[in-house]
Write a protein that binds this ligand. Structure first.
Ligand code: SF4
Ligand code: SF4
Length: 392
């Protein structure tokens, strides 16, 4: 018997169990480490920088890839902080090499990274360009807004450094998405903020309602439902009145269009269920969501013997993700098709979503011109034609 030949003919067996659904993992290579000190930081362990060690990184990349369902054609790595650039460029070069080492044939590996942009330099931009990173930049507004709410550790301005980073991304032709935190303090400044971002040459924008974990409440930050609605409606109206459809992409609006016609939300907040967005801290601690960092939602500590499939199964069965769209007030709501109850992290002890009235105002406004079109691919085609003929 030719043992060597038999071995060579064996079909390799995947010894890592696969998750039942595709899942995302937010990776925190430097934990809460950050060079800024935003007043409303949501990170509960703020200032505890810890770098992920390379043995854990390799284990993680191997298992994350191997745990995805067999039909997955793209596997996305999402790097976040704190400020993830503090992990150093060598860390990401190592991660990219490991991704190639473990990538199965025919599967696209992609990378997204969320940064405050203040530490970007040409070397980072070359790396991001070469590996087609999708970059998210956190910027809150003009100099006054940014420096009031997002100062550096010494209380100094971060605006010029952030703008230098944005200019570099533009110079290297790296598409980036601007992430803007909305709170009561900026609720009546939607129009000027929008105009400022457009003047900077930004094409992709996303507005994020303030999260209430971490430092925000103690620092006096809040966001009422009325203010969230007022702000987003003002953004929508400004975008429409400027004729920016097809030129400036506001994710909050684009996702409504997508969800209306496809019945599938591109984001977790407005999906009927959530739980497939795990997060891993640099020590390997895995939680069911970045906004539910507590003992109840801790899934375990990842090591070489851990299995992501088990974590994912446990997370999608947790109450927060299963019940988010089932609350009584949502069942008869006229915008449920694109709201689905919102994020469980915004649901208070009374079981109501504290942004509900804001969502209702915004979604009602965006849906109004869509309602006469069927929620089908054909409906989407007809709607697109009507928009094109109205603008030409
Ligand atoms: S809890 Fe909120 S942020 Fe977390 S996965 Fe669900 S919708 Fe997304
Ligand atoms: S707007 Fe309020 S009631 Fe309607 S689906 Fe959203 S959270 Fe539920």
């Amino acid at each position: 018997m030719n043992i060597a030949l038999l071995r060579a003919q064996q079909i390799p067996v995947n010894t890592v169990p696969r998750a039942s659904v595709p899942f995302h993992m937010l990776i925190k290579p430097i934990g809460a480490g950050c060079n800024l000190a935003c007043n409303y930081c949501y990170y509960p362990q703020r200032d505890q920088a810890q770098k992920m060690d390379e043995a854990l990184l390799e284990s993680f990349i191997r298992q994350y890839i191997a745990s995805q369902p067999r039909y997955s054609r793209e596997i996305n790595f999402v790097w976040q902080g704190g400020e993830p650039l503090l992990a150093g460029i060598g860390f990401y070069k190592k991660a990219l090499a490991l991704q190639q080492k473990y990538a199965p044939p025919g599967v696209l590996i992609s990378n997204s990274l969320q940064t405050n942009a203040t530490l970007l330099n040409p070397a980072w931009c070359r790396l991001f360009k070469q590996h087609q990173f999708i970059v998210g930049v956190s910027l809150d507004g003009d100099r006054q807004i940014q420096d009031t709410h997002r100062p550096d550790k010494r209380g100094n301005s971060s605006y010029d450094a952030a703008l230098r980073g944005i200019a570099l991304l533009q110079q290297y032709q790296i598409e980036f998405n601007l992430l803007v935190v909305v709170h009561d303090g900026v609720a009546d400044r939607a129009q000027e903020m929008y105009d400022h971002f457009v003047a900077l040459g930004v094409r992709y924008l996303q507005f994020q309602p303030l999260m209430l974990e971490g430092d925000a409440p103690a620092a006096g930050y809040g966001l009422s439902a009325a203010n969230w609605g007022r702000f987003m409606v003002a953004i929508y109206r400004r975008w429409r009145s400027q004729g920016h459809l097809g030129q400036v992409f506001i994710m909050n609006i684009e996702h409504v269009y997508a969800q209306y016609f496809t019945h599938v939300s591109p984001n977790c907040v407005h999906s009927a269920r959530c739980g497939g967005n795990l997060v891993m801290e640099p020590d390997g601690s895995v939680y069911a969501c970045d906004h539910l960092i507590d003992a109840k939602h801790r899934l375990g500590r990842f090591d070489d013997a851990s299995q992501f499939a088990g974590y994912v199964d446990a997370a999608i069965e947790m109450d927060f993700g299963k019940t988010k769209s089932l609350r009584r007030e949502c069942q008869s709501c006229s915008v449920k098709s694109v709201c689905q109850g919102g994020c469980p992290a915004h649901i208070g002890k009374d079981r109501y979503n504290r942004l509900c009235a804001g969502y209702y105002a915004f979604f009602s406004e965006v849906l109004a011109p869509l309602r006469s079109f069927a929620r089908t691919a054909q409906g989407a085609t007809l709607w697109r034609s009507s928009v094109i003929s109205a603008t030409s």
